[in-house]
Design a binder for this molecule. Structure first.
Ligand SMILES: Nc1ncnc2c1ncn2[C@@H]1O[C@H](COP(=O)(O)OP(=O)(O)O)[C@@H](O)[C@H]1O
Ligand SMILES: [Mg+2]
Length: 363
């Protein structure tokens, strides 16, 4: 199968290991292999976690806490199936077809299964290795900027994103024009973003950027943060009050908020019952787990690379253009569909008015 296979792994993967190899034609390969029994071990861990959560739930009636458990179980199930990972790689590589500075390994299906994945070996330096980046004369700020743009495109444009953007999963290369090129690895947990989450997040960000609190409130609602049967008015009031404070404090950098400012934002006058009521009014939207987790890891990575970079300011204008184009296209499609429907209806009912009129005249 392989002309050469290095017994010593190049990297320990979390659920297995990665080996370097060579194909018969001499191409460098990377082979990811899952540990045997990995699925059994995980299932036992998850059972224990599920049990712990159920016990915890008796004391803290936090809504939908089990959903987190379900999400974890689902994520691990997807990550332990390398056929799924290969599919995710192909899908995301296609989404980035137009950007030659975002690279993905190519998987060889004939040398792969659910526990083994053979792919092209990807060169590059680890994204957090600042010395290596300096060696390539690449600015960590440019690296972070490119990374954030890639993430925003995944979230808002493709709505299919890397749910585990750990530093170990990105390499950096220097392009022919001295530009940053990002290698994306480890897509086993790649996840589709629900439309309501993408649309709602977009509204919230727009609201924050253009200082419109009604957009923020609408976004929170669209995302599904308002619990059914909860006190919507209270939630809205709280969001608006919070927003007014945000604006008066003049936070320009929503990516990182100073603890002292956070203190100012906290509401010491909020009554205990109100707080309890508020907690009951907040839901945990389906699918939010993955996005929240990915965003926390991504912004953490970005601030490691470039402490003064504002991730939101970098990414937002960039995707706004895509979203505008998409909305225009959608609107055009909608108009065309409506026109087609109207035409069809008109054809199905042969000119009622005109046919009736002569009769009316006869009467
Ligand atoms: N195609 C590849 N080319 C070169 N190195 C790779 C490749 N795929 C994985 N690796 C190396 O193996 C490590 C672990 O692989 P990864 O897919 O991230 O597994 P895990 O899911 O366990 O994190 C990566 O951080 C990287 O160093
Ligand atoms: Mg990894």
């Amino acid at each position: 199968m392989f002309a050469k296979f290095e017994q010593e792994p190049i990297a320990a993967a979390s659920l297995g290991q990665v080996h370097q190899a060579r194909s018969a034609s001499g191409e460098r390969l990377a082979v990811k292999i899952l540990y045997p029994n990995v699925v059994t071990i995980i299932n036992v861990d998850l059972r224990v976690l599920g049990w712990a959560l159920r016990v915890y739930r008796n004391f803290v009636p936090l809504q939908q806490i089990e959903r987190v458990h379900e999400h974890l179980a689902d994520m691990l199930a997807r990550e332990t199936d390398l056929v799924n990972e290969a599919r995710c790689i192909a899908r995301m590589a296609k989404n980035f077809e137009g950007d030659s500075d975002v690279l993905f390994p190519v998987v060889f299906p004939e040398l792969s299964s659910s526990t083994v994945m053979t792919m092209t070996f990807m060169d590059g330096v680890k994204i957090t290795n600042k010395d290596a980046l300096a060696g390539l004369a690449l600015d960590p700020y440019d690296v972070a900027t490119k990374l954030i743009k890639v993430f925003y495109k995944q979230l808002f444009v493709d709505r299919f994103f890397h749910a585990d953007p750990h530093p170990g999963n990105f390499f950096v290369q220097r392009g022919a024009d001295g530009q940053v090129r990002i290698v994306v690895l480890d897509l086993g947990s790649a996840t589709e973003l629900r439309d309501n989450l993408a649309d709602g997040m977009f509204d919230i960000l727009s609201g924050l950027m253009t200082r419109k609190d009604d957009l923020v409130v609408r976004g929170i609602d669209t995302m599904g943060f308002m619990a059914a049967g909860g006190d919507r008015a209270l939630l809205e009031r709280t969001v608006r009050r919070y927003f007014e404070k945000l604006l008066s404090i003049h936070i320009t950098d929503f990516g990182k908020i100073d603890p002292a400012v956070a203190q100012q934002l906290a509401d010491p006058h909020m009554k205990r019952e109100d707080l309890r009521e508020l907690m009951k009014s907040v839901a945990y939207p389906e699918g939010w787990f993955y996005v929240e987790r990915a965003a926390v890891i991504m912004f953490g990575l970005s601030s490691t690379l470039a402490p003064r970079l504002n991730g939101i300011h970098v990414g937002f204008p960039y995707v706004t253009q895509f979203i505008m184009e998409r909305n225009t296209r959608r609107l055009a499609e909608q108009t065309a569909r409506k026109a087609a429907e109207a035409a069809k209806q008109a054809a199905a009912e042969p000119a009622p008015k005109v046919a009736e009129e002569p009769e009316a005249l006869l009467n």
